[in-house]
Design a binder for this molecule. Structure first.
Ligand SMILES: NC(=O)C1=CN([C@@H]2O[C@H](COP(=O)(O)OP(=O)(O)OC[C@H]3O[C@@H](n4cnc5c(N)ncnc54)[C@H](OP(=O)(O)O)[C@@H]3O)[C@@H](O)[C@H]2O)C=CC1
Ligand SMILES: C[C@H](O)[C@@H]1OC(=O)[C@H](O)[C@@H]1O
Length: 255
């Protein structure tokens, strides 16, 4: 297999499970050393690092709530201390506590904004400052969502954060292009992870969601591995400000 990230250092937020974990393992499979951030799941983070190391790469787990701007500075500093540089930053950490619009609790709205959007802003800013300081460019990838483009009845607090991430990558692509830093987003469809376990425990909803996907199934975390590695790699050297739907065709399926 051609390794696309040989010699690179890749950072991924929210990588103790799900899509972030798949991105971290995928980067290691492609020859990168990988630092991961996580909030609570120490066992998940430790086992992700063990998997990275089993692939012959160096791994590092750094705990921290991305909603706290200090977490970003600490994560970048620890990764640089350990690996000497960062080449790729994947902003993935996110939450989606499903809730109706009319009685959305203020705390649920604010927490979702702080984790998904404010957290991303500070992380991307800290990673970009480090890349600018290093002077050899880099790649930033945000895990946005198909929900940046379409709505969700119980996601009125969540979909704006995903649209915000999509937009953040467009604006940072302009702000950072002169430094050789590319900024792109992936827009996953419905991927089976802990974030939607409860929502999709409803068999009828799960079957309906799967039925909307032209490729005939809901996604798995490793469906994101290839697209994220591609955007991180030199294969995508002239790609910036772009977004890549990874949804089995769900978005285009009107009828
Ligand atoms: N699954 C899906 O269908 C889709 C998901 N996405 C996006 O993908 C991203 C990953 O979600 P997914 O893998 O599905 O979900 P998971 O719940 O499986 O994983 C979420 C990850 O984010 C971490 N995390 C949560 N809150 C914080 C925080 N405050 N600070 C740091 N890390 C945190 C979790 O760490 P810990 O457990 O240690 O707290 C965990 O590692 C999210 O941004 C989500 O919006 C986008 C489109 C579709
Ligand atoms: C958590 C949801 O199942 C998931 O999150 C997204 O961003 C997708 O659009 C799905 O709704």
């Amino acid at each position: 297999m051609t390794k696309l990230l040989e010699g690179k250092t890749v950072l991924v937020t929210g990588a103790s499970a799900g899509i972030g974990r798949a991105a971290a393992i995928g980067a290691a499979r492609h020859g990168a050393d990988v630092a991961i951030n996580f909030a609570r799941d120490t066992d998940g983070a430790d086992s992700a690092v063990a998997e990275i190391e089993a692939l012959g790469q160096r791994g590092l787990a750094v705990q921290g709530d991305v909603a706290d701007p200090e977490t970003a500075k600490h994560f970048i500093a620890r990764a640089v201390e350990e690996f000497g540089k960062i080449d790729v930053f994947v902003n993935n950490a996110g939450i989606c506590p499903f809730h109706a619009f009319l009685d959305m609790p203020v705390e649920t709205f604010e927490r979702t904004m702080r984790v998904n959007l404010h957290g991303a802003y500070f992380m991307v800013q800290a990673a970009a400052n480090q890349m600018v300081k290093q002077g050899h460019g880099g790649a930033i990838i945000a895990v946005s969502s198909i929900s940046a483009l379409v709505g969700g009845e119980y996601q009125t607090h969540y979909t704006p954060t995903k649209a915000g991430l999509h937009s953040l990558m467009q604006s940072t692509a302009i702000a950072l292009g002169r430094h050789g830093i590319r900024c792109n987003s992936v827009l996953p469809g419905t991927i089976l992870t802990d974030i939607n376990k409860e929502d999709l425990a409803d068999e009828a909803k799960r079957a309906y969601m799967a039925g909307r996907v032209p490729l005939g199934r809901l996604g798995q975390p490793d469906d994101l591995e290839g697209p994220i590695v591609f955007l991180a790699s030199d294969l995508a050297k002239y790609v910036t400000g772009a977004s890549l739907l990874v949804d089995g065709g769900a978005f285009v399926n009107l009828q």
